[in-house]
Design a protein around this ligand. Structure first.
Ligand code: NAD
Ligand code: TYD
Length: 337
């Protein structure tokens, strides 16, 4: 049986990927390793918790002794590393944990995976390592790294370590760089879920700066399908950009959410801009489209409608996050076992 170690599987993209893999590959064993930081939420996986092919390990990817023991006691065939501190605004408030998890954590995983040997190591990175674009052009895999936030700098540091393990040791690593994701189980500190939750509760919607910053949005399941392609068919040492050619201005997304929910635009509040705020991201994903035959399946219209409906129908999930109650779930569910 193939065993895949998925780190950060209790987060937004990781939980979607764990669910996607269990549904698609009934012969795979999925090990989800997650530290359960504020962003990790096992309630996002409650529906698959009893799946016999799934197990959960609580721990830190930067804890060398723990990570070595995980590799020693499981025959891990491949690794997909989602675990990270992921929020730009938090990295501006305090960068250290971003270096500890994103850089040291990745290096700890690389060492353990190299020592035991794996078929593939997928490093889930971000288009933010390329920095910011002007009004035109796209990030390609050849765009120089120019990260602007402590978050993106720490992700770029991890990418360079991954690259070096391939170049120096022939370690079978692949890097994916995806644009902004949206969809179910997205932590409500990020733009789209925050705006939906605030609108549903008639709270102000805080738009940074002039609201004209552009992000290239991809529905999370399309990202999962791309990572699946890279895991099974990606070439060691390569970087694959992932994106849906779906550029949107922040303010247009906020207006769309208000319209869909029947809420007034008077809820929009322009607030002080984020320091170092990247103006525009846009991904050229032609490499993964041609080499691995990947295409996004959702349009923004279908994806955002599904996303809004999910938040409307799953109020307890995000309300328990906003109240802090979700962090008690682990104790109830796991510690007494
Ligand atoms: P998230 O913040 O929702 O989830 C991160 C998960 O990692 C959480 O479950 C958290 O508990 C876990 N974690 C954090 N530190 C850990 C540690 N030291 N050890 C073990 N687990 C730890 O993030 P996300 O949005 O799901 O992003 C997942 C990955 O995808 C990240 O690497 C991120 O850089 C990358 N990415 C995200 C986006 C996006 O739009 N969200 C886009 C491109 C790439
Ligand atoms: P975010 O979801 O934090 O993703 P990232 O910064 O990694 O792209 O932010 C997306 C965009 O939305 C970004 O331009 C910042 C902006 N934004 C706001 O205007 N208000 C908010 O409250 C947040 C969280 C983000």
């Amino acid at each position: 049986m193939t065993t895949i170690l998925i780190t950060g599987g209790a987060g937004f993209i990781g939980s979607n990927f764990v669910r996607y893999m269990l549904a698609l590959y009934p012969a795979y064993k999925i090990l989800n390793l997650d530290k359960l930081t504020y962003a990790g939420n096992l309630e996002s996986l409650a529906d698959i918790d009893s799946n016999p092919n799934y197990s959960f390990l609580k721990g830190d990817i930067a804890d060398r002794t723990f990570i070595e023991s995980v590799f020693a006691s499981n025959a891990i065939d491949s690794v997909v590393n989602f675990a990270a501190e992921s929020h730009v605004d938090r990295s501006i408030l305090g960068a250290r944990v971003f270096v500890e998890t994103n850089v040291l954590g990745t290096q700890t995983l690389l060492d353990a995976a190299k020592a035991t040997g794996v078929e593939k190591f997928v490093q889930v990175s971000t288009d933010e390592v390329y920095g910011s674009l002007g009004a035109t052009g796209y990030f390609t895999e050849a765009t120089p790294l120019a990260p602007n936030s402590p978050y993106s700098a720490s992700k770029a540091g991890a990418d360079l370590l991954v690259r070096s393990y391939f170049e120096t040791f022939g370690f079978p690593a692949v890097i994916t760089r995806c644009s902004n994701n949206y969809g179910p189980y997205h932590f409500p500190e990020k733009l789209i879920p925050l705006m939906i939750a605030n609108a549903l509760e008639d709270k102000p919607l805080p738009v940074y700066g002039d609201g004209l910053n552009v992000r290239d949005w991809l529905y999370v399941e399309d990202h999962c399908r791309a990572i699946d392609k890279v895991l099974h068919h990606g070439k060691a040492g390569e970087v694959y950009n992932i994106g849906g050619r779906n550029e949107q201005k922040n303010i247009d997304i906020v207006r769309l959410i208000l319209r869909e929910l029947g809420k007034p635009e008077s809820l929009i509040t322009f607030v002080k801009d984020r320091p170092g705020h990247d103006r525009r991201y846009a991904i050229d994903a032609s490499k993964i489209q041609h080499d691995l035959n990947w295409q996004p399946t959702e349009t923004f219209e279908t994806g955002i409608a599904k996303t809004i409906a999910w938040y409307v129908n799953n109020r307890p999930w995000w309300q328990r996050i906003r109240s802090g109650d979700y962090q008690k779930y682990y104790e109830l569910q796991y510690e007494k076992r």
